[in-house]
Design a binder for this molecule. Structure first.
Ligand code: ZN
Length: 282
């Protein structure tokens, strides 16, 4: 099972905070690569999941409409790309409600899947699962089951579809999958990791994986995006490395493997047999 997903945000919504009052002064680029990607997905007959910001739904409703009209699943990626570990439970609850209302208002449908920015649900923020369930989210895709500069849940266990059990709440989890590289569990099929690793290695790992969860952004393909000079060298490397060749790699990825979205994957998984991850004691 290979699941194709995108996070729908602007080129400046990345891991380093950029002040909201500046957002609309930056040139919009959300719709440069998106039509090309949507045409490609149509051509291949692939339906993907797009995790959208509530802010994008309000600011560029046409973006969500065109994705939805082409038959893809629209899911939620918070309202303004704040990390869950930067919010209190009360703030997160308000943020999620606002995002869901904005997205559902545009597409006229209930949203059932969620991914936190920077995979920021970890041991400290597992309370988020209660709030997700209260708001009708059935499937979460926020778990990054290894270490990461923001977020990361190394104690989560194997990266596979599972059911999370936390304070009486059950939620379906489709985590990011990993491969063992030099003895360390690494993500290789999304964002900067996809841009970093050579395609032959990505293809090798995927051929040997029975479950794959990806995440892409339009900025992962946009080699002409403006650069923020104030970023650290490491951050620049993570944000901009491999941009020139990433769309070509992405084309090969779609050619070489079969892909489906979260919604379809969820209907195929035998959840009764899926591992239960009990987070109550963790
Ligand atoms: Zn994001």
């Amino acid at each position: 099972m290979n699941i194709l997903t995108f996070d729908v945000e602007e080129w400046y919504h990345f891991d380093i905070y950029s002040p909201e009052d500046k957002w609309l002064s930056y040139p919009p680029r959300i719709n440069l690569y998106l039509p090309k990607v949507l045409d490609l997905l149509d051509e291949k007959g692939i339906r993907a999941t797009f995790f959208c910001l509530g802010w994008i739904a309000r600011t560029y409703p046409g973006v969500l409409k065109q994705i939805h009209e082409r038959g893809h699943e629209i899911a939620c990626h918070t309202d303004k790309h704040l990390f869950v570990n930067q919010m209190t439970p009360e703030f997160f609850s308000r943020d999620l409600k606002c995002a869901l209302a904005s997205i559902e208002d545009v597409i006229g449908e209930k949203v059932r899947s969620f991914r936190a920015p920077a995979f920021s649900i970890n041991e400290q923020t597992k309370w988020a699962f209660e709030i997700l369930a209260e708001n009708g989210i059935e499937t979460d895709c926020s778990i990054f089951p290894t270490t990461r500069s923001f977020g990361g849940f190394p104690s989560f266990g194997k990266a596979e579809p599972c059911r999370i059990d936390y304070r009486g709440v059950r939620i379906q989890e489709l985590p990011i999958h990993t491969a063992s590289i030099l003895g360390k569990e690494m993500v290789y099929c999304g964002g900067g990791y996809f841009r970093l690793f050579p395609y032959w290695l990505i293809r090798y790992f995927l051929r040997n994986a029975d479950y794959a969860m990806t995440y892409f952004h339009m900025r992962d393909f946009d080699h002409e995006q403006p650069r923020f000079d104030y970023l650290s060298l490491m951050r620049k490397f993570k944000s901009y490395y491999g941009l020139k060749h990433s769309y070509g790699k992405f084309l090969r990825l779609l050619n070489d493997f079969e892909w489906e979205n979260v919604h379809t994957a969820v209907t195929k998984i035998n959840w009764e047999k899926a591992r239960i991850v009990n987070l109550n004691g963790k």
